[in-house]
Design a protein around this ligand. Structure first.
Ligand code: NAD
Length: 287
């Protein structure tokens, strides 16, 4: 029967791997450079990514970003790859990397799909993520969809290789630009002293400024001004906005709001907030 592999067992990968172990009904072999994370994942343990490649037919990756994905795929998985194997990148990685890896692996008859995940760590725990997939055809998508459904309630084939990554990058662009707008709104309102936080957010939510970001990032992080570590950090949001900007540049497009968003994240990371929840940019605006 099919054997699964999982590489990268961090904030998102740990709970995603546990859901695969619990629900996929087939053996899962996992690896992480962090021994503690590997221990906690509840899968059979491998000593390296290469060993995962040797043992698994479908290998999932949940790594920090493009450089780690490229390194693991080209240097650990590819040398051990067999025709018919599948690699599924759940990380948020560059569109161009997904396209390049899909083409390189196809030469060895190995399938590469970009399948980044949206929503939160809690959604990873609950198995209610939203996954956007880039796959060369419906047959390739169908092959991995049942496994993705062990981790997600929304699984969408968006288009060819790179399409899943593209949708994820613009998702984060929209979310983060909304977070910045909310941070500016609350900071300006506080400076004037004319309206309380709760009244402001209740009124916005009742008008056409209502949004998921207002209810979640706004009410749970911006209003109490708490930006905990261990969630989606400023450094990862900066990476994702950076990937969107690289893609825009390649497409001959200038995205002024994204450029400003990236500057804000740079400033937040430069001020020592890189590990904190990305809503911490409100501190930069407040200064
Ligand atoms: P994380 O830093 O918590 O986890 C990454 C894991 O990869 C770590 O356990 C690390 O030890 C491991 N790792 C790094 N290099 C490795 C290598 N060469 N071989 C094996 N393991 C290696 O990150 P995360 O928050 O779980 O995010 C993973 C991906 O998902 C990122 O691309 C992120 O942008 C994306 N994402 C995160 C969230 C979130 O809320 N945290 C939400 C959606 C998407």
């Amino acid at each position: 029967s099919t054997r699964l592999g999982f590489i990268g067992l961090g904030v998102m990968g740990g709970p995603m791997c546990r859901n695969l172990v619990r629900r996929a009904g087939v053996p899962v072999t996992a690896f992480d450079v962090n021994a503690q994370a590997l221990e906690a994942a509840g899968a059979e343990r491998a000593a390296s990514a290469a060993e995962v490649a040797e043992r698994a037919d479908v290998v999932f990756l949940s790594l920090p970003g493009g450089p780690q994905v490229e390194d693991v795929v080209l240097n650990e998985l590819l040398p051990h790859a067999r025709p018919g194997q599948t690699v599924v990148d759940l990380s948020t990685s560059p569109v161009q990397l997904a396209q390049r890896l899909a083409a390189t692996l196809a030469e060895q008859d190995v399938l590469f799909l970009d399948a980044p995940v949206a929503r939160t760590r809690q959604a990873a725990v609950d198995g209610t993520l939203s996954i956007t997939v880039g796959a060369p055809d419906a047959a390739a998508f169908d092959r991995v969809e049942p496994y993705l459904r062990c981790m997600a309630t929304e699984v969408r084939h968006c288009g060819p290789p790179g399409a899943g990554a593209l949708v994820k990058l613009v998702n984060n662009l929209v979310v983060f630009e909304t977070v910045v707008a909310l941070a500016e709104a609350v900071t300006l309102a506080r400076r004037t002293g004319l309206v309380g936080d709760e009244t402001l957010f209740d009124a916005l939510a009742a008008g056409s400024a209502a949004s998921f970001a207002l209810d979640n990032h706004g009410r749970k992080a911006l209003l109490p001004d708490t930006h905990p570590r261990g969630a989606f950090p400023a450094s990862y949001m900066r990476k994702d906005i950076g990937y969107a900007l690289d893609l825009a540049e390649q497409a001959g497009l200038r995205l002024p709001a994204a450029l400003l968003a990236h500057e804000l994240l740079d400033a937040a990371c430069g001020a020592g907030h890189e590990e904190e929840y990305h809503t911490v940019v409100v501190r930069v605006i407040d200064q």
